[in-house]
Write a protein that binds this ligand. Sequence first.
Ligand SMILES: *Cc1c(COP(=O)(O)O)cnc(C)c1O
Length: 397
Amino acid sequence: MNNETLIAEGKKYLMNTYGRLPMVVTKGKGSVIWDADGKEYLDFVSGIAVNGLGHCHPAVVEAIQKQSEALIHCSNLYWIEPQIQLAKLLVEHSSLDKVFFCNSGAEANEGAIKLARKYAAEQGHPERTDIITMEHSFHGRTLATLKATGQEKFHKDFHPLPEGFSYVPFNDFAALKEAVTAKTCAIMLETVQGEGGVIAADPAYLQEVRALCDDCDILLILDEVQCGMGRTGSLFAYEQYGIEPDIMTLAKSLGGGAPIGAFLAKEQVAAAFHPGDHGSTFGGNPLVTAAGVAVMETMLEPGFLDHVQEVSSYLWIKLEALKEKYDDILEVRGKGLLAGLALAHNGSGIVGFAKDHGVLVNCTAGTVIRLLPPLTVTKEEIDKVVTVLDAAFSSRC
Ligand SMILES: *Cc1c(COP(=O)(O)O)cnc(C)c1O
């Protein structure tokens, strides 16, 4: 069936929650996807940073094939071998000590919020329930993570939402310090904000936040659901800041497309959870964690992150050149392969032009063109995308 027929059926049967582009994606390989009409696209959205290894990476395909023949699911009433392997890889290559697996980014953040409150209670401070998050943050769509998300537009019409969250401007240390109270148990932020407009934390800011957390016995939760897993050129974005979080959340690229989330914590923090405190039926099941192991092993191969750094610098040079050329590009921002072009106008025209010319990019926060290529992207593919963006901006003039 073609795009038109399938979309008509989709509109009939699916809830109308997404502003989808009119194309049905049927196949993907590396940085390329195809739609139901057979049209080919260079994909610089990567399933919103999920397909970090590109589409249908052979290591992920093989891991899923093999695991699906051995065991797909058995529940967490028992131990699961690939879950243990993936936890070991994450712990050995991060500054955190213990892992809990769930199924999405929102669930990872829910778990992190629960752990932070439980930790405070176990420390003898049950009154410390509050979490400070950032304006323009994005932490998920469940009720608590919606409340944690510092964007009013997502809250509207869904009240009452859970209590215990307050918001401060991102990268403003004075405002954050001012917001801390005797009830604060954690500060939660994205090391690089994605959805809210592609904004990286300033290094000095994050270091001050870490020191504040240490001084006031507050946990630092870093949401690396989007910016983690190699996207910024290091396995985790925080590594580039000279600080360590107490809790970190992951999802998106962790399973190479298999739906998986995780939160990691320092030993002492993780110890606040006891059997029965948290759980998930599907969380960390054999199929998705086998995919996660394949992703981690691929990213840890020598040269993988060097490649990410090299293509990132290449992309940024090209984007800076575009900015010099067009006045309506105000800023190139973000980090590594989580790159944004902040525009003086709405970005949907650019997205539409690019799509018509075989390139998929995304617009977030209304005016920011977000580029999330697979980490395996080549310079030639970057050239093609930048050429199309160039044409898109010049067609506006
Ligand atoms: C996407 C995202 C989430 C939510 O993840 P879901 O898997 O959609 O629940 C949370 N935090 C950040 C930073 C994200 O980018």
